[in-house]
Design a protein around this ligand. Structure first.
Ligand code: NIG
Ligand code: FE
Length: 435
């Protein structure tokens, strides 16, 4: 190497990947089908928590120099890829709904359970009764689970408090637990989850409390990045959700929406018109909704379609989201667990990738992008995480698998071998678990 040429300095090098998946951004608007940016025999170098170099292991020695005290890790033919991004999770709650699951198995629908006083409201009662300490411990444990599955960024919704004091308390739990945990926590105010029992006869009064009190307070204390609402029969109407999301936007909270999950409501079209960052669920989306999510030229933000096949699977009422039609229309599609006690009590985002293939007919490339770069876009974080590109966070996974097609294939398993969060080793496993 020429003496005058500048070396790139690294304090972490992962080399010898069978396949390195960059998951780099592609121009969605061009209509070009996305690829994973597979680099055979790839390597990645990081310095002070950021990616500084990505390429072939054979080129590494020519360009990258290891800093004093730095570390080289041999991936030994394994897949190396970005940390996963979980873009839709209900993290802070107490209690469980395993009895309700058995009622549903015996034939009572999710909405019938809710109408009978169970469902989301039963988790609200349990959550309100739990101490801060208990909620913090439960949230920490759920983040630990995610991290072991290779998830390095997690969105976290409130929504089981449903009063100003309780909703802000949940957001404070996220702030406190997130500050001390390796996983990045991205908080969302979901005060419009359901109408709390106290307001059942006057839902608009509750909406007013959200728009006039909770949103300004959450924004003032920088407790939330996003504002979300559940647009559904038995939850909030399109018009009520619009008011909530508009008030959120006025206070700098970016809009998201639970839309068209159990029935068609038109929520997707409304959220797209507001420039929402994502619309989530979409099992019953309309043709107009699909068209509203199609990639568009120009500055207008088109929401990412976040699909939650685990919720559809666990409710067992059928009707998976039309992923193929969304992709063919040019929509950006992300996948998420929807972790919550009612419709999807799992942290296994890899399993969602398998369901993406077997139930939604997405390809291995599409599902892997859907849990990395597209999920990052659903959190407006695609400049920071979701791909291995120079300048981004060095959130790096080394998997047991050697080829990316194996990822959705071996289902219900945890393929993680090592997790690095901003260049630091945070999970070390072997086939039998932690080592
Ligand atoms: O995303 N749809 C609304 N919220 C959750 C379910 C919450 C619950 O049942 O506790 C969801 O599926
Ligand atoms: Fe949800």
């Amino acid at each position: 190497m020429n003496e005058s040429r500048a070396w790139i300095e690294a304090d972490l090098i992962v080399s010898g990947a069978g396949e390195l998946l960059t998951c780099a951004r592609t121009k969605a608007a061009s209509g070009a089908r996305s690829t994973l940016g597979v680099i055979p025999e790839g390597a990645v170098a990081a310095h002070e928590g950021r990616v500084v170099w990505v390429g072939r292991t054979s080129d590494l020695r020519e360009e990258v120099r290891l800093a004093r005290g730095g570390q080289v890790v041999d991936a030994d033919g394994r897949v190396v890829m970005p940390g996963l991004v979980e873009c839709h999770a209900h993290l802070a709650y107490a209690g469980d709904r395993s009895d309700e699951f058995q009622l549903r198995v015996a034939g009572t629908s999710y909405q019938e359970v809710a109408e009978a006083g169970g469902g989301i409201m039963s988790t609200v009662h349990a959550t309100r009764a739990a101490s801060d300490e208990v909620l913090r411990a439960l949230t920490r444990k759920r983040l630990d689970y995610f991290l072991r599955f290779g998830v390095t960024t997690v969105e976290a919704k409130s929504g089981y408090g449903l009063s100003q004091e309780q909703e802000l308390r949940l957001l404070e739990v996220y702030r406190d637990v997130g500050a001390a945990h390796a996983v990045d926590v991205v908080p969302t105010l979901l005060a419009a989850h359901v109408v709390p029992v106290e307001y059942l006869d006057r839902p608009d009064d509750y909406v007013k409390i959200i728009t006039k009190k909770m949103i300004p307070a959450a924004a003032k204390h920088h407790l939330a990045k996003f504002c979300d609402a559940f647009c559904e029969k038995g939850a909030f109407t399109v018009d009520q959700c619009r008011r909530v999301l508009e008030a959120g936007a006025e206070h700098g909270l970016l809009p998201k929406l639970h839309a068209d999950q159990l029935t068609y409501t038109g929520g997707t079209e409304m959220a797209a018109a507001l420039g929402a960052v994502s619309v989530d669920h979409l099992d019953h989306i309309s043709e107009a909704g699909i068209a509203a999510l199609a990639a568009a030229e120009g500055p207008k933000r088109v929401p990412v379609a976040v699909l939650l096949p685990g919720a559809t699977f666990f409710l067992g009422e059928g009707g998976y989201a039309p992923a193929r039609r969304l992709l063919e229309a040019g929509a950006r599609v992300a996948l998420s667990t929807d972790l919550n006690p009612g419709s999807s009590p799992t942290s296994n985002l890899w399993l969602m990738a398998t369901m993406g293939c077997s139930q939604l007919r997405m390809s291995a490339e599409e599902v892997i992008r859907a849990i990395t770069i597209e999920a990052a876009a659903a959190l407006a974080l695609d400049d920071e995480v979701g791909s291995l590109e120079v300048g981004k966070k060095a959130d790096i996974l080394i998997l047991e698998e050697t080829r990316h097609v194996e990822i959705p294939y071996r289902y219900g398993m945890n393929p993680v071998w090592r997790v690095y969060k901003e260049g630091r080793l945070v999970v070390k496993r072997d086939l039998l678990g932690e080592v």
